[in-house]
Design a protein around this ligand. Structure first.
Ligand SMILES: C[S@@+](CC[C@H](N)C(=O)[O-])C[C@H]1O[C@@H](n2cnc3c(N)ncnc32)[C@H](O)[C@@H]1O
Length: 256
């Protein structure tokens, strides 16, 4: 369990989930699409009652969609952020299909806190670019050990092809122009969302702890798809390829 379960009750966790989703969609209007295909691939390869590890789960966005679609699934959510874990705990507390674990994925011993030593699927989104390439490669080795033979790892994240700088720049400029337009129409960005959390009576304390841990945002790397695929193969996955992509992001599927 997380230490998030010490927070008082009374917050509208559903409203926090929705506002987190809106804030993330401001960056990724196709966020829901990648979750849908992620769960399609889970169903195709490991079935409708998987044991899932929701890696860097945040508020539990993947877990919520997993359980809505596959009520017989179970999920372990792992994250370090006390405020996002408080929202996850408020949402899933009392649901015995869900276990939440506080851990730093850069800590080599982080898997010790997991309730299982093997998973059908490890799923993650918009998170591993917070890690630099070296710790990410080490994490991929640990994920390869956690996924059972025949199981899957799916990572939806920013993966930048550095051989196409002009395409990247044009795409980025367009994406940012659209984000500015949405902001003028009232969309909340990352900093504004965290200001609301800091002002909330229940989330203020875990939000302060969160900023002490991370600062505004951790700095990591966004290596290209080929890097991820090569490292995942080296670490023990048999087949690796994209199953969805946008101009900036990829959903990569690795089969053990
Ligand atoms: C942008 S959020 C995405 C959360 C969720 N997957 C989603 O799609 O809504 C990135 C998450 O990665 C988590 N994270 C980043 N680095 C981490 C680390 N070293 N250990 C554990 N969690 C980490 C953050 O705390 C945050 O919850």
């Amino acid at each position: 369990m997380t230490d998030a379960d010490t927070t008082t009750t009374g917050a509208d966790w559903g409203a926090w989930q929705k506002s987190w989703d809106r804030q993330q969609e401001w960056y990724m209007p196709d966020r829901e699409e990648r979750f849908r295909i992620m769960l399609d691939m889970v169903e195709a390869l490991v079935g409708r009652t998987p044991r899932v590890l929701d890696l860097a789960c945040g508020t539990g966005s993947i877990t919520a969609r997993l359980l809505a679609r596959f009520p017989g699934a179970t999920s372990t959510g792992v994250d370090l952020d006390p405020a996002l874990l408080a929202i996850a705990e408020g949402t899933f507390g009392g649901d015995d299909r869900v276990t939440l674990v506080t851990a730093d994925l850069k800590d080599p011993g982080w898997t010790a806190g997991l309730p299982y030593d093997s998973y059908d699927a490890v799923l993650t989104a918009t998170a591993l670019h917070w890690l630099h390439a070296e710790p990410l490669a080490a994490l991929y080795g640990q994920i390869a050990e956690l996924v059972r033979d025949g199981g899957v790892f799916l990572n939806a994240d920013h993966m930048i092809d550095d051989t196409t700088p002009r395409i990247n720049e044009a795409e980025r400029a367009q994406r940012h122009a659209r984000m500015e337009e949405a902001r003028r129409e009232g969309a909340l960005d990352w900093a504004e969302w965290w200001r609301l959390a800091a002002a909330d009576p229940v989330l203020a304390e875990p939000t302060a702890r969160r900023f002490a841990l991370y600062g505004e945002h951790a700095e990591g790397d966004t290596p290209p798809v080929a890097w991820h695929a090569r490292v995942l193969r080296e670490k023990g996955f048999g087949e690796v390829r994209p199953v969805w992509c946008s101009p900036s992001d990829t959903l990569l599927l690795a089969l053990k």
